[in-house]
Design a binder for this molecule. Sequence first.
Ligand code: PCA
Length: 225
Amino acid sequence: MLHDASHYAPLAGGVILLTGFDPFGGDALNPSWLIAEALHGQHIAGHRVVAAQLPTVFGESLQQLRALAEAHRPALIVCLGQAGGRGALSLERVGININDARIPDNAGRQPVDTPVVPGGPAAYFASLPVKAMLRAVQRAGVPCEVSQTAGTFVCNHVLYGLMHMLQAQDADLPGTRGGFVHVPWLPGQGTPHLALLEMVRGIHAALWAAMLVRQDIALGAGATH
Ligand code: PCA
């Protein structure tokens, strides 16, 4: 017998918003956007993936994300970003209320120790089943980890701002879940790296798990330091 449908994914026919960033910091490309672009138009759990590029700019990135969320009213929002130096897809657990940029963003802004949202809480957890996603990506044969920090540059800014928007009364996006995944360099950008197709396969598996799993699983994936 089929279980109560509400236990599973939200109503079919909706949208999954998947964002990537433009290149930054002197790089010629950004794998996060190439992955999002590759998955644009795919159907996952009855939902259509809509890919969009965000600028690597404090403030503007969040304004564009809000406009996209209001236009598409997605069931799920997953933002992707490049994390050079990491060797696995990194499912971010938490965004913190701080901007502290070691390099200028693509508009030349370099905020130091400013809040993402003045007066906002210190942090928000992503509302994604990160452990179930971890298991799904690993079963697809793609290196994956849960990360306890998204840094303090534009990616953390977007993760915190996204979760603030989803919590806020004014956003009117009831039931929308959201979070962030950092991805390694592509071959040619530096080491460690992952092939584009491998990363696309991993994010595809992660999106399926995010759509289908309502209650996250208990799976040890913490860090000792
Ligand atoms: N990575 C940067 C910003 C844009 C991107 O792809 C970050 O990790 O903050």
